[in-house]
Design a protein around this ligand. Structure first.
Ligand SMILES: [Zn+2]
Length: 213
């Protein structure tokens, strides 16, 4: 599995393109584009690598992570994949736009394909396992590629940090507990790609993340 990070919008969201080299099928994870310029950057990358988008996945339904959903859904004909427990947030995207005072228009988003803990999504012969790590939002998921030892962690876990828990449906102790049981239990050389900021590893977060002591 190969992975490319593109950082979009005023929140600096990491949008990930994950692909299987054999089939060239790719997943677009948390498309955060908020302008035509950013949309073109994403599409140009996909075209330059000859990739075929087959999955559109949201780690959670906060506006900065889903702003490019409609572009990707329409351009590549893909259903929005997300966790049911965040469906209510998708239906309140326009409220989130107002709450953050964003200078853009993002429509509400209906999750078309619900996933839950333990589900497996396929990219060619490769597997992406869905793990629920709630607390930043109720329906936050992380995406684990066991064979490639990589994890896309959304806003649950950052390098040296954790997601904020003061937004609707957030809960601090739920988040800490979920990170410890679902992420820190993975092999320590798994590389973690967060929704904001640089990558890290399970081992480094186990040792150095002061929120998780
Ligand atoms: Zn978020």
């Amino acid at each position: 599995m190969k992975l490319e990070r593109m950082t979009f919008n005023m929140f600096g969201v990491n949008t990930y393109i994950l692909w299987d080299e054999t089939s060239a099928e790719c997943a677009i994870i948390d498309p955060g584009m908020m302008s035509h310029f950013e949309e073109d950057r994403l599409s140009q990358f996909i075209e330059s690598k000859g990739l075929k988008p087959t999955l559109l996945i949201n780690t959670h339904m906060h506006v900065d992570h889903v702003a490019g959903d409609m572009y990707v859904a329409e351009k590549y004909g893909l259903p929005v994949i997300g966790c049911e427990d965040d469906a209510f947030l998708g239906e309140r995207i326009s409220q989130q736009v107002k709450m953050f005072g964003l200078p853009v228009n993002v429509n509400d988003i209906k999750i078309a394909q619900m996933v839950k803990h333990g589900d497996v999504l396929r990219l060619g012969d490769e597997e992406i396992k869905v793990l629920q790590v709630p607390g930043h939002s109720p329906g936050s998921i992380v995406l684990y590629c066991e064979a490639s030892k990589l994890l896309v962690s959304g806003d649950a876990l950052f390098s040296g940090g954790i997601g904020r828990t003061d937004l609707p449906g957030g809960d601090y102790s739920t988040l800490i507990n979920a990170i410890k049981t679902q992420i820190l239990s993975l092999p320590e050389d798994v590389v973690v790609y967060p929704g904001h900021g640089p990558e890290t590893t399970v081992g480094d977060e186990r040792r150095y993340n002061s929120f998780l002591r």
